[in-house]
Design a protein around this ligand. Structure first.
Ligand code: ADP
Ligand code: ZN
Length: 434
């Protein structure tokens, strides 16, 4: 038995998907040109007219939009319809400093919730499930998106929001939650908190988790799956395109299917803007094919990933994206070497450390300093200085072989690094490089 929420759309043959996309893009570009003066100007400057866009093949003729455009056009400059047709706003969590406000019509909300429903069903969800939503509710899209998706599937929805871990655990155990939705860092924290209270992985009724909103590694997935006794699925999205559910993982767990009947994806070279062929790594760019309130065309996400059209065993035909390696903004250049926090997480978990760490970069006497604070696991804990130093050196050497640069490791006592209830803050860069 295969699990789909909208089987005809999720498993549609390629030609059918293209047909849907081509029909939608012609309408969307015309609508945006007529309603969004900001984008009309960009198209005029590039010499592109709505008539030039006859199919998704022509999308590459359109100008890009960036976060900077969203900032300039804030708040109403990219609205795709009259404000009176909009029923809600959401806003980014401001991870990279600039807030974005996105507008939704009721149709946009329905489409978004359907995308989240697809993700829940792909993770094994049915109307018999109890879905505990501990993404934040409010301006952040995580809570509302999965909440709406859970309703659409007919699950019993626990609108917990993030935080208050004692209460999360109480409801999880008392109401037999079967699917957990939160950031992976919060899932790790919940797993740790359950163990501290004496629960073993099999003591809860959870079968799956739908985790996203921040980068996480395969090693982190295995660690969460073990600590909660579940299968952990990835989900991806961003406020600018609606929220979580733009792409989601199926049981094959080899990348996330992008909901291509609503979002057209391209991979570009972030330096030149050139569209790259399938299989090449680059920046993900989305065109919303049928959004009304905030219909962004060719929006540059800054997320770096690879697209694949390899046939998937789940039967879905939509293109898959790899986990984003991290945002291009997340990449640190330390002493000339490119370093992603996800590489550090991979090494830590492989070496048997818990996923509690913080990276600190600074510049002293014109040289970058690179420090990683990592918690001891209980088994490793030692009060002998020589043992601590040996662990620190071994970990630094493992980091050097992965990154090409050796950080100074500081092993700290269990529980001394602040736990995350939403998106984890992993990097403190004090260099103030602009
Ligand atoms: P903010 O930009 O303030 O964090 P959002 O909440 O809209 O605002 O976050 C969207 C971003 O979160 C994405 O562009 C991506 O970088 C990150 N993200 C979302 N889901 C995932 C995921 N599953 N894996 C990695 N990164 C993710
Ligand atoms: Zn699949």
């Amino acid at each position: 038995m295969k699990n789909y929420y909208q089987p005809e759309l999720e498993t549609a043959p390629r030609e059918k998907i293209l047909e849907i996309q081509n029909e939608k893009i012609v309408r969307q570009v015309k609508n945006v040109y007529d309603h969004v003066a900001y984008y009309r100007k960009l198209m005029d400057e590039k010499g592109v007219k709505p008539e030039d866009i006859k199919s998704v093949e022509d999308i590459k003729k359109l100008p890009f939009l960036t976060k900077e455009d969203l900032r300039v056009a804030y708040p109403y400059g990219l609205l795709g319809t009259d404000l009176k047709n909009c029923v809600r706003i959401h806003s980014t969590s401001g991870t990279t400093g600039k807030r974005v406000v996105a507008f939704y019509t009721q149709k946009d909300i329905d489409m978004w919730e359907e995308c989240c429903a697809r993700a829940i069903v792909a993770a094994g969800g049915t109307d018999e499930d109890v879905v505990q939503v501990c993404y934040g509710y409010g301006l952040f899209t995580g809570g509302s998106g999965l909440h709406g998706g859970s309703h659409k599937v007919g699950c019993l929805t626990l609108p917990m929001s993030s935080g208050n871990t004692d209460r999360q655990i109480q409801f999880m155990m008392d109401l037999d939650a079967t699917i957990l939705c939160c950031t992976p860092s919060y899932a790790a924290y919940i797993g740790e908190s359950l163990a501290e209270r004496g629960y073993r992985p099999g003591d809860n009724k959870l079968k799956a988790g739908i985790f996203g909103a921040e980068p996480w590694t395969e090693e982190m997935r295995q660690s969460i799956e073990k600590s909660l006794g579940i299968k952990a699925y990835d989900i991806y999205g961003l406020t600018e395109t609606s929220g979580p559910g733009v792409a989601f993982e199926c049981e094959e767990q080899t990348g996330m299917h992008i909901n291509e009947d609503h979002f057209y994806a391209e991979i570009i070279n972030p330096d030149t803007g050139e569209v790259l062929p399938e299989g090449e790594k680059g920046e993900l760019v989305f065109t919303a094919l049928d959004k009304e309130g905030f219909p962004l065309l060719r929006y540059r996400t800054k997320d770096i990933c690879i697209l694949s059209r390899k046939k998937c065993s789940c039967g879905r035909t939509h293109v898959k994206m790899t986990k984003p390696l991290g945002r291009s903004d997340d990449m640190m250049i330390i002493r000339g070497v490119n370093v992603f926090p996800s590489q550090i997480e991979t090494v830590l978990l492989k070496e048997g450390y818990p996923p509690n760490y913080q990276i600190e970069v600074d510049r002293v006497n014109n040289t970058d300093t690179f420090d990683i604070y990592v918690e001891f696991s209980k088994e490793m804990f030692s009060d002998k200085i020589s043992e601590v130093q040996a662990h620190e050196q071994a970990l630094s050497a493992a980091m050097r072989s992965m990154l090409g640069i050796g950080p100074k490791i500081h092993l700290v006592a269990p529980k001394s690094i602040e736990r995350s209830e939403g998106k984890a803050v992993r990097v403190i860069d004090k260099r103030k490089l602009v």
